[in-house]
Design a protein around this ligand. Structure first.
Ligand code: UDP
Ligand code: MG
Length: 321
């Protein structure tokens, strides 16, 4: 157990160096207290001043009530509840917005990101690193299907973004400077995991072993993963749009060959057959056009969402006002 009540700001070398731990939680009622105690235990024993910022992502199982209960007991715990489920990405950004620390660590509520790694991250930050990336040593236990779809997704993402995304995770420490940059971006469709690479800064890596989920099951379904993948690819890369141009070039080369062949046949007076070619051409070109429209549609949707300028999330209630 950690002591109740805040112990007030701790001073180190005359400067307050507080760490904010941001924990997005969606239907994690059973994990809240355990996670809070585990993290608090480690930070208190290392004398690292901290606050825990829980963001309940529109949970329906009483997760927020659990957070509020903890917050009443311990001033270092704060939290907010969304008006509905806005997704982990939104929860992370809400946490970054609410956090008061000089550095923020984002981690999962299910203890799959081992809190034992936090002191190491904190030390690297004190050594002057502004971003400390948590890198998965292995991906832990997951179903073959999940592993395969994650493999394909990260394969595409890594290629498109020219960074190794496979072992990266949302578990990372960001200095206040980096947090300010990310909060100032003004785009709604974010991909937190990649944005810290994109932002640059002095970064270090800490390896960790993915733990088994403490309680409950993963919140990702295949559909939500697919939606996440498409939304992240389109928010980070315009390669799909360039692929349309490539498809156009291939079609044109192909049609030049066919056009020549058709003309020669026509001139030679043997131009009657060829229905197979016509059917195939219509199907292939039709397919290309449909895919292209779909890709353009995805970008259009992204632009539409950004232009509407709706908030990324809506907070229904906060423990501190
Ligand atoms: N999460 C969230 N909103 C969602 C889905 C998940 O805030 O819509 C949180 C969840 O509570 C957990 C973290 O994101 O703290 C990671 O989720 P999960 O463990 O389900 O994903 P996995 O570990 O399988 O990637
Ligand atoms: Mg998990």
């Amino acid at each position: 157990m950690y002591e109740s009540g805040g112990r007030g700001p701790l001073y180190q070398n005359g400067i307050i160096k507080m760490l904010s731990i941001i924990i997005p939680a969606y239907n994690e009622k059973q994990n809240i207290e355990r996670t809070a105690e585990t993290i608090s235990g480690i930070l208190v024993s290392r004398e690292i001043p901290y606050e825990l910022v829980f963001i309940s992502d529109g949970s329906t199982d009483g997760t927020y009530e659990e957070i509020r209960r903890l917050a009443e007991r311990d001033a270092r715990v704060r939290g907010a509840e969304f008006s509905r489920n806005f997704g982990k990405e939104a929860a992370i950004f809400a946490g970054l917005e609410l956090a008061l620390g000089d550095a923020c660590i984002v981690m999962d509520c299910d203890l799959q990101h081992p809190p034992e790694v936090i002191p190491g991250m904190y030390e690297l930050w004190q050594d002057g690193y502004e971003v400390v990336e948590g890198i998965k040593k292995s991906r832990g236990k997951e179903s073959i299907f999940h592993g395969l779809s994650a493999g394909i997704f990260y394969g595409i993402m890594s290629k498109m973004m020219k960074m190794d995304m496979r072992s990266s995770s949302d578990f990372k420490l960001l200095d206040r400077k980096v947090v300010s940059v990310l909060l100032g971006l003004g785009e709604r469709n974010t991909f937190f995991r990649a944005l810290s690479f994109w932002a640059g800064f002095r970064s270090a890596k800490v390896e960790y072993e993915v733990q088994e989920r403490a309680y409950g099951s993963s919140k990702w379904s295949f559909r939500s993963l697919l939606r996440y993948a498409v939304s992240n690819v389109t928010s980070f890369s315009t390669i799909p749009l360039q692929m349309i141009t490539m498809m156009g070039v291939v079609s044109i080369l192909f049609s030049i060959v066919l056009a020549l062949q058709t003309l020669i046949k026509y001139l030679a007076g043997t131009a009657v057959e060829g229905f197979t070619t016509v059917i195939l051409l219509i199907l292939i070109i039709g397919g290309f056009i449909m895919i292209s429209l779909g890709i353009i549609g995805h970008y259009l949707a992204r632009i539409y969402e950004e232009v509407k300028g709706r908030p990324r999330y809506i907070i229904r209630e906060r423990t501190d006002g």
